[in-house]
Design a protein around this ligand. Structure first.
Ligand code: AKG
Ligand code: FE2
Length: 335
């Protein structure tokens, strides 16, 4: 039997190269769209009254710039819709709060750290051993990496702020019934990679996958439904939101390389948010959320997180697991 050629692996190996830097000549990004592979989309007819953006660290929706890719229908990029303060807020959340129990993380099997960030900052020994070992934490429905299945017994409350952020983004793109039910937060250091895979564990494969990137940049490979398709390489920069929907939802993708960003936008001009508090769908205490966002304007408060992110990348990968009319996986099995 003739085996199909693995063109995905070829590209992965090329970009992963360490001895010699891979050429980024063919890497697609908005600021250098030489091959016209990226096309800007007109502003969608989003809900103009959605005034939740400021408190979530987002720019006004009318200023967002959205693109699709000639060779990858269903793949949509919103080029950094976050304010600089907003980036600080989400980076901090991913480090300080999301890795806390009962959320799960890769280092749980080695050492029980209910509060990884605090433990690392309370002990130099823990810091030296555990800080750079965190590779992922899961939220909501916890992805089981062995069985690749979700389970009703491995579900904890999904963070309200991330559910709200996902709701704003999904609504903006017209996915008005999207519900954030599971997320994987991926932590990358400068030599980390993520190998080729598809995300197919969700019952609902119609709902898009929302991917938020912060910190250092990444080369993201996106191919087709099999590894025979040669992938495109796309540069993901801090704040970028990549959406895998429709035909792109089940395509192979990977991160072969982290590259230093050109500018740490999260350390550029910052301004606090003082607007009147909007009505929220998931967040109960919007006053507290606003205070938490504004806290990060203080460089002393921000300093430990800055030290982490200057040589790391964080990706928050949000999924809907269930179908629209289902409330649990068991109800999904019956219908
Ligand atoms: O880090 C990324 O950009 C992709 C992460 C991813 O593919 C995943 O979590 O399934
Ligand atoms: Fe993925």
């Amino acid at each position: 039997m003739k085996t199909e050629e693995d063109n995905f692996m070829k590209a992965f190996k090329y970009y992963k190269m360490i001895k010699q830097q891979p050429s980024i000549k063919n890497v697609l990004y908005v600021e250098n769209n030489i091959s016209n592979q990226i096309r800007e989309l007109p502003l969608p007819s989003y809900e103009k009254n959605d005034n939740r953006h400021s408190i979530l660290g987002l720019k006004p929706l009318g200023k967002w710039r959205t693109y699709n890719f000639k060779n990858h229908p269903g793949l949509v990029l919103i080029r950094n819709p976050f304010t600089n303060l907003g980036q600080r807020y989400w980076i901090r959340k991913c480090l300080e709060e999301y890795p806390r129990s009962p959320n799960k993380k890769n280092i749980d099997i080695e050492m029980r750290l209910d509060d990884w960030w605090r433990a690392c900052h309370a002990s130099k020994e823990i810091q030296s051993k555990q800080m750079k070992k965190l590779r992922w934490t899961t939220l909501g429905y916890h992805h089981n990496w062995d069985t690749k299945l979700y389970n009703d017994d491995h579900r904890t409350p999904f963070p309200e702020d991330l559910a709200e952020l996902s709701d704003v983004v999904a609504n903006y793109l017209g996915f008005t019934s999207f519900r954030a039910e599971a997320a994987i937060v991926n932590y990358y250091y400068m030599k980390s990679t993520l190998s080729a895979h598809t995300d197919h564990s969700e019952v609902n494969l119609e709902a898009p996958l929302l991917s938020f990137s912060f910190g250092q940049s990444a080369i993201f490979l996106i191919g087709g439904p099999t590894k025979t398709t040669a992938p495109s390489a796309v540069l993901l920069q801090s704040g970028d939101v990549m959406v895998m929907s429709k035909e792109a939802r089940l395509c192979y993708h990977a991160v072969p390389k982290i590259i230093p960003c050109n500018n740490a936008t999260w350390n550029e001009e910052l301004s606090t948010v003082t607007e009147c508090l909007p009505n929220m769908k998931y967040v109960c205490d919007s006053q507290k959320l606003q205070a938490r966002l504004n806290l990060n304007i203080d460089n002393k408060e921000w300093s430990d997180f800055n030290n982490y992110i200057k040589e790391s990348r964080i990706n928050v990968n949000v999924r809907q697991v269930l179908n629209e009319n289902q409330t649990s996986l068991s109800s999904a099995l019956i219908t």
